[in-house]
Design a protein around this ligand. Sequence first.
Ligand code: PGA
Length: 251
Amino acid sequence: MSRLQIAAGNWKMNKNLEEGVALATALVEANPSSDQLVILATPFIHLQAVGAVIKDVPHFKLAAQNCHQAEKGAYTGEISVEMLKSIGVEYVIIGHSERREYFKEDNALLAQKIDAVLAGGLIPIFCCGESLTIREAGTHVDFVANQLKESIFHLSDADFSKLVIAYEPIWAIGTGVTASPAQAQDMQAALRQLIAKQYSQEIADGTSILYGGSVKPANCNDLFSQADVDGGLVGGASLKAEDFTTIIKAL
Ligand code: PGA
């Protein structure tokens, strides 16, 4: 089954505007063409400028790292889907573990954000993943299954088919510890089975499921060669043009 393979860079709260534009420029120069997708999830204030850098390179797309669930209104400091759309953003990361942990975003709120993103015509990159305690207790598949159930399994077939999913075990994010290719594969195959059960085999086979958590040049080939790993959501290693280029080329 050929699914879209994706390298998504999550810059988090890193780089000033000048540095961000320089990084995007270097990435475009190093990756002038690809059959696969490169997504840059930059800080909000970089989006327009980075959008200008990638505008003639169709395999590069722009993502926000978060958005608000309401259409508009008195939500000081927040950004709406419509605003993102108006500057050419096509994807929005929803449910990153740092949003869940530091900003107390729970499954029910994330369901609202997913709905808002889809209603606005953008594509959510839905993040899920378990903590080390849950992994060690052996309940990780059930835990992640519940995240899917409470945040995305209410979607219609048509909406679900648009989603990108990123499995990111929390114990592997920014820690230098990567899930082994077999651990990533096992979880992602289990998620695909759940999707097949909830929707259909066809929809499950068409859903890109990325792995995230300390993806780097040294491990990307092994991870991406797993049958159910359709690319990566990359934090630290996406901040260096050379490293992220190696990861893009490994797709
Ligand atoms: P990392 O971050 O690659 O630095 O572990 C991944 C993520 O948080 O998406």
